[in-house]
Ligand binder design. Structure first.
Ligand SMILES: NC(=O)C1=CN([C@@H]2O[C@H](COP(=O)(O)OP(=O)(O)OC[C@H]3O[C@@H](n4cnc5c(N)ncnc54)[C@H](OP(=O)(O)O)[C@@H]3O)[C@@H](O)[C@H]2O)[C@@H](O)CC1
Ligand SMILES: [K+]
Length: 488
């Protein structure tokens, strides 16, 4: 499991550990982990050219100490100091190791300016250019030590101007990409877009939740020995999914394995029925039933001969392509008092499942409609809105996106990190609803069914895609292969 903690949780754990360790030990652990990640990227220190962007806090301290390690390994290391005071021990260490330090700070309010070259009349960009006097393009890598968990967005103008100077150079962020909101994953103005982020002790929310996660690059976790409580967020890994997946016992029969019922599609949208059934029919449940328009039922039978009609089930999938029939389908399904997946057209009636065991599966536009906010706001603040929805409906909500989020009151939000951009294709959501329904029918809780189903769906898309385009049916066909790879 990948776990992410809040800044407050990290600070508390850090305090406990700091009291037990010699001064500076934690920062040394962090800096060495950071230096080794940069060395990996450079393919060794000798001859490499490294630029450090250094803010006023310990994030800058990490960068400076790591810079000293790199300089001792033969790299040319230059630090642009973005504040009047930077970590003194780190600055000394870099100087002693032969690094170059340049001031790049904002003039003091009196106008005298601390910087040797700063002037209140220059723009931030001009100040950055004049103070550095160096050719940024000649660096192989930039280390972003502007701010970490102590940052409060938006990034200050000088830091933003320095970032402009180094655009296009590979970027390693220290702990978090500077400028993102660490606990929400939201953006507010200019920010670092990292190729690699080296973080310490635990992941932070911004590494997993979009839009910030998109700017974190590959996240490398350095263990510094923090003892942490239950996380704010978690991301299932293959072993976690394998442990949660149902597997038939030797005496199983189709009914003991669970039966999933699908009430989706309509004469207008028969494809939604076929794809929902294709997801439900991935083999995880013992049997699939389809209930709907007779003509659609014939199509389903032709494509999936093993699927049968109405009868007892252990879970329902409702809503996709249901058109005008969504409300009735949902009402009918609810009379069985079973867990259910509520998707697409049925989401308009989500209040009917308030407090019940269910998985609501909106995309950003649908969630916006449910909460009465703009779609753009959901996209900018997905974690906030998925938590709101889970509290409002007192049930499990899966917000679909690049990194889908599963929220349930009182539980860590689960993030799906599998998938490929090719998965943004018509009908993929119908397949997802089906597979979650199958998992519900096998007895998984809505929280586990939603997060495991979402993980499998993303992994199946990646497997089917092989880097190229896919359609929703490809994802459904790849599901058994992915399950087999986990259960072998
Ligand atoms: N916790 C741990 O376990 C460990 C933590 N470690 C490291 O410590 C880091 C946290 O260090 P930290 O607390 O010193 O805060 P940090 O992120 O450097 O930023 C604060 C400074 O930034 C400034 N600033 C604020 N907002 C700004 C903005 N928008 N734009 C520009 N500047 C802004 C603010 O300045 P001020 O407002 O005071 O003028 C303040 O001085 C953490 O991320 C990790 O790297 C590891 O070494 C070991 C284990
Ligand atoms: K940073």
């Amino acid at each position: 499991m990948i776990r992410a903690h809040t800044v407050e949780q990290v600070r508390a754990a850090e305090e406990t550990l700091l009291a037990e360790l010699p001064e500076g030990a934690l920062m040394q652990r962090a800096a060495h982990g950071l230096a080794h990640a940069v060395l990996d990227l450079l393919g060794g220190g000798y001859g490499g050219r490294v630029l450090l962007l250094v803010g006023s806090g310990d994030n800058g301290g990490d960068a400076l100490y790591a810079g000293a390690v790199l300089a001792r390994r033969g790299a040319y290391v230059e630090a642009w100091l973005l504040a009047e005071k930077v970590h003194p021990g780190g600055a000394d260490a870099l100087k002693r190791a032969g690094g170059t330090l340049r001031r790049l700070d904002t003039p003091s309010p009196s106008g005298s300016g601390y910087s040797t070259s700063g002037s209140a009349r220059w723009s931030s960009r001009e100040r950055a250019q004049r103070a550095t006097g160096s050719r940024p393009r000649s660096f192989d890598v930039v280390v972003d030590g502007i701010v970490g968990i102590g940052g409060r967005p938006p990034l200050r103008a000088d830091a933003a101007a320095a970032l402009e100077q180094v655009a296009g150079i590979p970027m390693v962020a220290v702990d978090t990409p500077s400028g993102v909101d660490v606990d929400s994953g939201e953006l507010a103005g200019p920010h670092v877009s990292a190729d690699v982020t080296v973080t310490f002790g635990t992941h932070k929310v911004a590494h997993l939740v979009d839009p910030a996660a998109l700017h974190s690059g590959v996240v490398h976790l350095v263990d510094i020995g923090l003892d942490l409580p239950a996380p704010a967020l978690e991301a299932l890994q293959p072993d976690d999914v394998a442990a949660l997946l149902p597997s038939p016992d030797p005496h199983a029969h189709k009914y003991t394995r669970g039966v999933v019922g699908v009430r989706a599609g309509s004469s207008t949208y028969p494809g939604a029925a076929l794809l929902s059934v294709a997801g439900a029919d991935c083999g995880l449940a013992g049997m699939v039933r389809y209930v709907g328009d007779p003509a659609v039922q014939e199509l389903v039978r032709a494509a999936h001969p093993e699927v049968v009609g109405d009868g007892r089930v252990q879970a329902w999938v409702v809503g996709s392509g249901a058109d005008d029939g969504a409300k009735d389908s949902l009402r009918t399904a609810l009379t069985d008092d079973l867990p259910l997946v509520v998707d697409a057209d049925a989401l308009a009636f989500a209040d009917l499942v308030t407090g019940l065991p269910a998985v609501l599966t909106p995309h950003a536009g649908e969630l916006a409609g449910m909460l009465g906010v703009d779609r753009a706001d959901v996209e900018a603040r997905p974690l906030h809105h998925v938590r709101e929805a889970a509290e409002l409906y007192r049930t499990t909500v899966l917000l679909k996106g690049r990194h889908s989020l599963v929220a349930e009151p009182g539980r860590p939000v689960r993030v799906t990190t599998t998938g490929t951009p090719w998965l943004a294709t018509a009908g993929a959501g119908d397949v997802l609803g089906g597979v979650i329904g199958a998992l519900l029918a096998t007895g998984l809780t809505p929280y586990d069914a939603a997060s495991v189903g979402s993980w499998l769906h993303g992994a199946a898309a990646t497997y089917a895609s092989q880097g190229g385009p896919i359609v929703a049916g490809d994802v459904a066909r790849a599901l058994p292969v992915v399950v087999a790879s986990l259960t072998r």
